[in-house]
Design a protein around this ligand. Structure first.
Ligand SMILES: *Cc1c(COP(=O)(O)O)cnc(C)c1O
Length: 407
């Protein structure tokens, strides 16, 4: 067996990723350790997934217990963990029906298929899907086409048709374009991958009203904003707008792959017997872990920590931004924050991530120009303070070397 190092990646894996040099082997709470035993504070959570930190005892217990009972049964039969999780999701949200799958892309694929089928049932012309530039909805051909970033669809043509992209937070353009031929309007309450850009409340309320007027479905993609990340269980809850369909994944399983599409009883009828499916969807192992995660996330103490640590992180970032001039504004909700880089640093988000790793802190990018922070919902004040100290050191080093290069 050859050495399990970064070089081996290039030799055995498809090159669609460019992973960092370090290889993590262990995690606990908001820390991970690499093969050399170095620790990193985690402000990334595997892209907003491990919302309760690494190896949370309740999740370890849930997966260990379920692993002794039943792993997989398929949807030829239902199972207790799936029933329990669906029951809780309907109790805790607007939804009355749940469809389970394994990822955010699949949750959106189900939502878009539901919308198309629902529209086709009304009239043969009602099949337009409206979405927004810089939106991200997944990487299957349908979801990547609904997403509003050309770089992700380039070369994969022909793409699914009748999808219209409009500017985000621009109600007037939407009002000009939407019609009775629109079957759904799809958006993220905070655009995550596209730059951590929150929707304005006026925009969301306006979209809701336009959807009513034209009898179109409003779909909230809460794959990234959901499961406590915004400071509420789902972001829609604090925005005064309720969607017809909500999709989620990422934080739902706390690190175990699981996704869900939530909707009303009436709309759920659109996906009648045999119209859609998934072999693994609603898998007992996934649903047992997600069930344990959901109870922990929905606790008022967890959500209160998201809000408190969100303020701590925002203030810490603003200080670092002022000190080194790398970034100014900090935007986002709860523990999903973004810092757009200052003009002189544009395009260098990846360099900041590399500098952070050198100092022992892991953060994310949202495109080339924005730093993205998505720490665990239960990160402690002390861990977050230490992460900010390490980020400060990383920015000091970058700013210093930039200074040196100019001098
Ligand atoms: C990550 C993400 C997806 C895709 O989820 P996968 O699990 O990678 O398929 C979809 N929508 C949003 C908003 C996301 O952040």
């Amino acid at each position: 067996m050859s050495q399990l190092d970064r070089q081996l990646f290039n030799e055995v894996m498809v090159p669609n990723y460019a992973p960092a040099e370090i290889i993590p082997v262990r995690g606990e709470g908001s820390r991970i350790w690499d093969q050399q035993g170095r620790d990193y504070l985690d402000l990334a959570c595997g892209i907003a997934v491990t919302g309760l930190g690494h190896c949370h005892p309740l999740l370890v217990k849930a997966i260990a217990e379920q692993s002794q009972k039943l792993w997989h049964i398929s949807n030829v039969m239902t199972n207790e963990p799936a029933l329990k999780l669906a029951k809780r999701l309907t109790e805790l949200t607007f939804a009355e029906r749940v469809f389970f799958c394994n990822s955010g892309s699949e949750a959106n694929e189900a939502a878009f298929k539901l919308a198309r089928r629902w529209g086709n049932n009304q009239s043969p012309e009602k099949n337009e899907i409206i979405s927004f530039y810089n939106g991200f909805h997944g990487r299957t051909l349908f979801t990547v086409s609904v997403g509003g970033q050309e770089k992700y669809t380039k070369g994969f043509e022909p793409l699914p048709g009748n999808i219209t992209h409009l500017p985000y937070n621009d109600l007037e353009t939407l009002a000009d374009h939407i019609s009775d031929k629109t079957c759904a309007v799809v958006l993220e309450p905070v655009q995550g991958e596209g730059g951590v850009t929150p929707a304005t409340e006026a925009f969301l309320k306006g979209v809701r009203a336009l959807c009513e007027k034209h009898h179109a479905l409003m779909i909230f993609d809460e794959v990234q904003t959901g499961n406590g990340r915004s400071g509420a269980l789902f972001a829609y809850m604090e925005m005064g707008v309720t969607p017809d369909i909500l999709t989620t994944a990422k934080g739902l399983g706390g690190g175990f792959p699981v996704g869900a599409m939530l909707t009303t009883a009436k709309l759920a009828e659109t996906l009648a017997f045999g119209t859609h499916g998934s072999t693994y969807g609603g898998n007992p192992l996934a649903c047992a872990v997600a069930g344990a995660a959901l109870e922990e996330i929905a606790r008022p103490e967890t959500l209160a920590n998201v809000r408190a640590r969100g303020v701590q992180l925002r203030q810490g970032l603003e200080q670092i931004g002022r000190r080194y001039g790398l970034f100014g504004e900090v935007r986002g909700l709860g523990l999903l924050l973004g810092a757009p880089l200052a003009e002189a640093w544009k395009g260098r988000a990846k360099d900041v991530v590399s500098a952070g790793l050198k100092q022992g802190v892991w953060l994310l990018v949202a495109g080339p120009d924005v730093l993205r922070f998505a720490p665990a919902l239960n990160i402690s004040e002390a861990d977050l303070a230490e992460a900010l100290r390490r980020l400060d050191a990383a920015c000091a080093e970058l700013a210093g070397s930039a200074g040196a290069a100019v001098a």
